[in-house]
Write a protein that binds this ligand. Structure first.
Ligand SMILES: O=C(O)CCC(=O)C(=O)O
Length: 285
């Protein structure tokens, strides 16, 4: 991928209204980014993983209690993490994380050289799929990377609305500090912590039809609610960082979850810490 493109040369570049929303609110939405047929390819693979019909590393599958009206109904999958990794045998997901429809606008935010952090597929089954409490992804990324901004792209595989547990954001919250995140007492959603001080009354639901993408700043406060509908609510989430980013603890790089090369160059000293499926392009000075 040529890294020396200008914004005008990038077909899917940010438009001025999106830039304003990004800066003011910390997110923007595009509709009709992916077709149903394109998303069906990802959905079918994820279904096969969930039904254990496909070879897929178990440690990338995250399971949890699933609840109905506050009662534990079942235990099951709620997310598949790092599904883009070469070891996960899902090249379609890796291709998606590199799709210029996701990365062109991201280049306008982060610059030409980008790495991919976790690509996670969220699986929220009818009636029992759990929401995620208020959080800032930056709180998690700060443990690994020294970077001002990371960008999340959230692609709706199904229509996402209040009833089936869409994403909520607190517009403008990316301008404030990263809050303390505490374990939620009694929560079924074991993986995630709650940002202290985030208030429901400040949040707005971001209801989107399938095929839409939400780009959000990793510092923006966001959450989602439980799925109370008879429909699935699935989403493909891919995070990006500038390839020049430094690790917070270079002496203890998390070799289990290296970022993935997505686009452009990487930098001296980083090539071993990045996952590659192609010959690396290294900046010489
Ligand atoms: O899709 C959802 O339900 C929540 C996603 C989320 O909070 C995240 O990816 O950080």
């Amino acid at each position: 991928m040529n890294t020396d493109t200008t914004s005008d040369e990038r077909q899917f570049r940010l438009i001025p209204e999106e830039r304003v929303s990004w800066e003011e609110n910390g997110y923007f939405v595009r509709h009709n980014v992916f077709s149903k047929e394109e998303n069906d390819i990802l959905a079918k693979i994820a279904d096969e993983i969930a039904e254990r019909k496909r070879t897929f590393p178990e440690y990338h599958i995250f399971e949890n209690a699933l609840v109905l009206d506050g009662e534990v109904e079942a235990s099951g999958i709620y997310a598949m993490h790092n599904i883009q990794y070469v070891s996960c045998n899902c090249p379609e997901f890796l291709k998606r994380t590199r799709d210029p429809r996701l990365t062109d606008p991201t280049v306008d935010i982060l610059g030409p050289d980008i790495l991919g952090l976790n690509n996670l597929y969220i699986w929220k089954p009818p009636k029992i799929g759990l929401g995620f409490p208020w959080h800032q992804d930056k709180w998690y990324f700060n443990h690994q990377y020294k970077t001002g901004t990371t960008v999340a792209t959230w692609t709706a595989i199904d229509d996402a609305d209040i009833e089936n547990g869409c994403l909520y954001v607190i517009p403008g919250s990316h301008k404030n500090e990263v809050l303390e995140h505490k374990v939620l007492e009694g929560s079924q959603q074991g993986e995630f912590r709650q940002a202290e001080g985030a208030r429901d009354e400040d949040g707005v639901p971001v209801e989107v039809p399938a095929g839409s993408v939400i780009w959000f700043n990793s510092q923006v406060l966001h959450k989602s609610t439980d799925n109370h509908s008879n429909r699935f609510r699935r989403a493909n989430v891919a995070h990006y960082i500038d390839a020049r980013t430094e690790w917070t603890h270079p002496e203890a790089i998390n070799v289990k979850r290296p970022p993935m090369w997505i686009r452009g160059k990487t930098y001296p000293g980083m090539e071993k810490e990045v996952q590659w499926d192609v010959i690396p392009i290294i900046e010489s000075d």
